[in-house]
Every structure is written in C-alpha cells, then in structure tokens.
Design a protein around this ligand. Structure first.
Ligand code: NDP
Length: 327
C-alpha cells in the first residue's frame, strides 16, 4: 500500500480530495513504475484536484500532471531500476493517474531522464510551468528577439516567475506585469527591472496600434491583456502565448499589429511537445535558470496541503512555484 491524493465523485456529482492508502494493483497500465519523490502544483492541477474543469473523465482519480522520482520497475530498454526520471504532460494527471502518489505507472515514451545538474526536487520546482517558460523563451529566440525590454505577463505566477528569471539571466531587460503590487520586490529579485501594473493593460481599446514598447513577450494571461500587448509590440517582434489566466479570448485584438508591424503570435504547448525538444528545453533550463533564483520561487508542501493549494492557484494566489514532497 502507498499514499495518494485521491479525488472521488459522489452520487450528486460533487468531488472531494483526500489522502488515502491505495494498492499497486490499482495503478494504470504502463511499462515503467516510478517511486515518486516530488510533484508540483500547476493551474491544471487546481482544476483536477477540484471539479475537474472537463479534464478528468473517470473517478476515483489521482491528479498531478508532473512528477520526478526513481524507476522501480521497467519493461522498456531505455530505463532501468534506479534511473532518475521526470514526467510532464501527455495528459498524465488528467485522463490517467498522475504524480500525487508515492508510485506512478506510465509509458516509457512519456518520460525524460532527469536532466544532468538537476535534483528531482529542482526538476519539480521547474515542472510544467518552468518547462513551458523555457519553450516560450526558445520560441522567441528562434523567431528573433528585438531590442528593448521583454514583457512577461502573469509574472508572479509559475510560468511568469521562471520566464522572468531565465530572460533576466540571459541578459535581457525584463518588464514584469503583475496584479499583485506586493510582489514587486520578489519580481525584482528574479531580475525584473520594470514593474507594470496589471490595470494598465486590462482596458479593452479599439485603437489599431499603440506606441511600440516591447521587443518580445511571454504571455500567460491572454484576454484583454494580450489584445493590448499585441498593439504595443515593436516592429517584427513576437509574443509567445502560453496561457489563459485572464480569459480564453483575445479581447479587443485587431489584425493591425500583424499586417502593419509584422508582429508574430507564437503558440506554445508543453503537453504533446516532442521528446527531442523536451530534452533540449530541460538542457537549457539546467544551463540558463539560476538555481538560487529557482529556490527563491519555491514553497514546499505535502499531499495533504493540495486541496487548499488547488483552490489558491485557481484564484491566482500562488506565488512562484510549489514543490510537493510526496514521500
Ligand atoms: P499561475 O496561477 O501560477 O500564474 C498565473 C498568473 O497570471 C497569476 O499568478 C497572476 O499573476 C496572473 N493572473 C491570474 N488571473 C489573472 C487575471 N484575471 N488577469 C490578469 N492576470 C491574471 O499559473 P501558471 O503560471 O502555472 O500558468 C499560467 C497559465 O498558463 C495558465 O492559464 C495555465 O493553464 C497555462 N499553462 C499552459 C501551458 C502550455 O503548455 N501552454 C503549460 C502550463 C501552464 P500576477 O499576480 O503576477 O498578476
């Protein structure tokens, strides 16, 4: 038997999450069983710990879209007992059981070896949020960053914090958008040199273009903010769109930034990202994300803290990254 956060659904359709003992034969199909050491909390985890947000199909369910740990058994040549591994994405923790348990069983295709230079704890301090931040940075670099400050929206959140730290460490000037003025010192400690109040970018306007301000942007918010940001991009600059914390639509967006300024909107998906690019991104994280900055973003939690943290992240109240010590 081992411990897991189990989400159950009652006859009225109401879900509840609690730490329970479960047995190994309850684990899903898969050719690698991992002794999970650490997991984390992403926005999607908040949905899956709660009513599911349409992501979870069957109950009881073990959420946790990320985990890192040690291979216990493997029927796949690529992994052997004792190997350290990381899992993010592939809808693990959504349509199959995930990392909020002392053991997880998955397909070897879903794993990556623990990147050299990182511990399992650090890998989960990064998690899907950090991997996505790095994928966004890589997409901006591949497309060609322009001069001038780079904007990060939802900056005090998970993706935003890691994106801020990476871009600043690479020598870029970073402007961080936040709705939490009390996080100004935190964002500056990650390397932001300019703080932009969320309210400055939430009014929907019908202006076709605004002053050219930003040489690139990592956007975790979408909604009215992305509509405004697109109009403020410098000629030929790119926005890496990673999230929808402020709404699924791009409000007030017009075609003008694309056809008059050659602005690019780059979509970033971490879930189905091919293996080679995941490995490349993890390698860049180990190299370009300063570990002291990562540590400054982290709060530690246990399985029993997760129901509360799930609610907090849905309200945008979690600062930086959470590491869940599963054991
Ligand atoms: P967090 O909750 O940690 O961060 C989101 C941040 O957005 C908040 O901290 C807050 O930052 C800001 N925010 C929240 N609500 C609003 C609002 N109504 N208007 C404006 N800003 C708001 O989440 P994550 O960083 O983990 O994820 C961010 C987004 O990215 C989510 O939508 C998530 O689903 C998505 N995502 C997408 C991935 C992909 O593969 N594309 C992978 C991972 C996440 P502040 O307080 O600083 O304003």
């Amino acid at each position: 038997m081992f411990k897991a956060l189990l989400v159950e659904k009652n006859d009225e359709g109401k879900t509840s999450a609690s730490v329970q003992d479960i047995s190994e034969d309850q684990l899903p199909e898969g050719n690698v069983t991992v002794a999970v050491e650490y997991s984390t909390v992403n926005y999607k985890d908040g949905l899956c710990i709660g009513p599911g947000g349409g992501l979870v199909r069957t109950y009881p369910h073990v959420p946790g879209i990320d985990f890192a740990g040690t291979v216990e058994t493997s029927d796949d040549d690529r992994y052997k007992p004792g190997d350290k591994v990381v899992l993010t994405g592939w809808r693990v923790g959504e349509n199959r059981w995930g990392g909020y348990a002392e053991k997880a069983r998955v397909s070897a295709d879903m794993l990556v070896p623990l990147p050299e230079g990182l511990t399992t704890r650090q890998a989960m301090a990064v998690g899907t949020a950090g991997l996505t931040a790095m994928l966004a940075v890589m997409a901006l670099e591949d497309r060609g960053l322009k001069d001038g400050p780079l904007l990060v929206t939802g900056a005090a959140g998970g993706v935003g914090s890691v994106a801020t730290a990476i871009l600043a460490n690479l020598g870029h000037e970073v402007a961080a958008v936040t709705g939490r003025p009390e996080q100004e010192d935190y964002l500056k400690s990650l390397g932001a040199t300019q703080i932009v109040a969320r309210e400055e970018l939430t009014e929907v306007t019908r202006k076709p273009l605004e002053a050219e301000l930003w040489g690139g942007c990592v956007d975790a918010v979408a909604g009215a903010m992305l509509g405004r940001v697109l109009k403020q991009m410098k000629y030929g600059a790119s926005v890496a769109a990673i999230g929808l914390a402020g709404g699924a639509a791009i409000e007030g967006a017009l075609i003008t930034p694309f056809i008059l300024r050659g602005v690019n909107l780059l979509g970033i998906d971490s879930v189905m990202q091919p293996y080679q690019n995941r490995v490349r991104a993890w390698g860049r994280i180990a190299k370009d994300l300063p570990m002291d900055k990562l540590e400054a973003m982290v709060q530690t939690a246990t399985l029993s803290d997760l129901p509360g943290l799930g609610k907090d992240i849905l309200k945008g109240q979690v600062k930086g990254r959470v590491v869940v010590d599963v054991t």
